[in-house]
Write a protein that binds this ligand. Structure first.
Ligand code: SF4
Length: 76
């Protein structure tokens, strides 16, 4: 079986550009035009990614299982 991969999605309409995610997960997030973007959309499982999805004040970051689409973070 292929190694699990995650997909990082940023709702650029919801993001208000606090930069919080970039500060805590600079390997995964960057700012572009005042809004966050993932450095790479598809990543290997890394708790730093789910942590930023949980800590974004706007809940603009969603982490999914890339194969199944299952939402891994944030938890509702
Ligand atoms: S923490 Fe959330 S609101 Fe702040 S820059 Fe990142 S995605 Fe945007």
């Amino acid at each position: 079986m292929a190694e699990e991969q995650w997909r990082i999605e940023v709702d650029r309409g919801a993001c208000v550009g606090t930069g919080l995610c970039v500060g805590t997960a600079f390997r995964h997030m960057r700012l572009d035009g005042g809004r966050a973007r993932p450095v790479d959309e598809i990543v290997r499982p890394d708790q730093a990614v789910t942590d930023v999805a949980e800590s974004c004040p706007m809940e603009a970051i969603t982490v999914r299982n890339a194969a199944t689409g299952e939402v891994l973070a944030p938890e509702w």
